[in-house]
Design a protein around this ligand. Structure first.
Ligand SMILES: *Cc1c(COP(=O)(O)O)cnc(C)c1O
Length: 375
């Protein structure tokens, strides 16, 4: 059996009846850049996340950058994020002309090591940017507590965390008893890159916040600094969301919870089948958080050889991410090897297994059995 890492075609087939007319209606209306379909999605996604404002933007990286700019964070300011995220978490800080400061992650869950935060804070620190990596929320209580103590902003990098819950028991909690990613700090950035749990048919992103002033500023920043047509109050960007993406995302948002539930079911089976194998490490699934399982990541020795073996047997996998941010060429000279040892160690051992809602139980079993045979 050949098993892809992700199967966007299978997802499209399952919603084609809804997606095609939604896209056609945007084409008929010719509201291609922003417009009613984007506004509709913004209302729906704000409600979904439990916040008062959602601002659709061009992508997740810009969502982070525009939040920082809206808060007036820029040259001379420092923003703390983690070493083991996708490069864009730090890149967006640099794009806002601020300085990214990194902390290491915890070995058990690959999330921000909050015990390292205070040592990273200086007089220049303005914000903390935790990443809900692989779709599990960072330890927001600890992070928010440090932020309150030092008067810092907290901005969630929720680019992998659509629908993830914090302080929620895994099953059986009444709705409203827990908070969604995107509502856990001052503002949050989402990416709707096609491969994310909620993916557009192209590039898109969003900011969620309860801060009305910041929401207003981001609406201006994404649209050339305008609040009224051709009246530019500040220098902004062109980071509007496409109408077609708004329409696609509205259709897909209705399915997000079901897709996330399917991912959790697959993750549960993966865990049952892989747990206890001395050669396969699993990350902690915190009891008080409900992951969306954007990725299902295991730890193995001789990872690269193993990945090749799996590929030969028809099983695709990924590495998220093979080089930690501090060792990327783009930041050469800023950090050195050994600065964030846990992030470095994990980068050599992590392997992301196939994970998407449309996978079958047989596929999860096949991947697990093949992996066990190959380690
Ligand atoms: C995908 C992602 C981003 C960037 O989003 P884009 O839409 O690709 O710009 C930022 N941070 C994390 C953790 C991501 O996974």
């Amino acid at each position: 059996m050949s098993i892809p890492f992700l199967d966007l075609a299978a997802q499209y087939r399952s919603i084609k009846q809804e997606i095609d007319p939604a896209i056609q209606s945007v084409i008929d209306s010719c509201a291609f850049a922003s417009g009613p379909a984007v506004e509709k999605f913004e209302r729906e996604f704000a409600a979904y996340c439990g916040v008062s404002h959602c601002i659709g933007v061009g992508n997740g990286t810009s969502a982070i950058e525009l939040i920082l700019r809206a808060y007036g964070i820029g040259a001379g300011d420092e923003v703390i994020t983690v070493a083991n995220s996708f490069f864009a978490s730090a890149e967006a800080i640099s794009l806002a002309n601020a300085t990214p400061i990194l902390v290491d992650c915890c070995e058990n869950d690959a999330l921000m090591d909050t015990t390292k935060l205070e040592a990273a804070i200086t007089k220049k620190t303005k914000a903390i940017l935790p990443v809900h990596l692989y779709g599990q929320c960072a330890d927001m209580d600890a992070i928010n507590a440090v932020a309150i103590k030092h008067n810092l902003l907290v901005i969630e990098d929720a680019c992998q965390a659509h629908g993830a819950l914090y302080k929620a028991k895994k099953e059986g909690l009444p709705t409203g008893a827990s908070a969604k990613a995107g509502s856990l700090a001052d503002a949050a950035a989402f990416s709707f890159y096609p491969g994310k749990n909620l993916g557009a048919y192209g590039e898109a992103g969003a900011v969620t916040t309860n801060d009305e002033a910041i929401a207003k500023k981001i609406r201006m920043l994404r649209d050339h600094g305008m609040s009224e047509k051709y009246k530019h109050q500040i220098v902004g960007r062109n980071e509007r969301m496409d109408g077609i993406q708004g329409a696609v995302l509205s259709v897909k948002l209705k399915h997000l919870d079901a897709w996330n539930t399917a991912r959790r079911t697959h993750a549960k089976l993966y865990r049952e089948l892989l747990e206890g194998n001395p050669k396969i490490g699993l990350f902690t699934e915190h009891e008080d958080r409900c992951q969306n399982y954007h990725l299902f990541v295991v730890r193995v020795q001789n990872r690269d050889t193993l990945q090749t073996k799996l590929k030969e047997k028809g099983i695709q996998s990924g590495i998220h991410y093979p080089i930690p941010i501090h060792l990327q060429e783009a930041y050469a000279g800023k950090w050195k090897k050994g600065d964030f040892p846990i992030a470095e160690k994990l980068a050599g051992e992590i392997l992301s297994l196939p994970m998407y809602a449309e996978m079958t139980t047989e596929m999860v079993r096949e991947v697990s059995e093949t992996l066990k045979a190959c380690v």
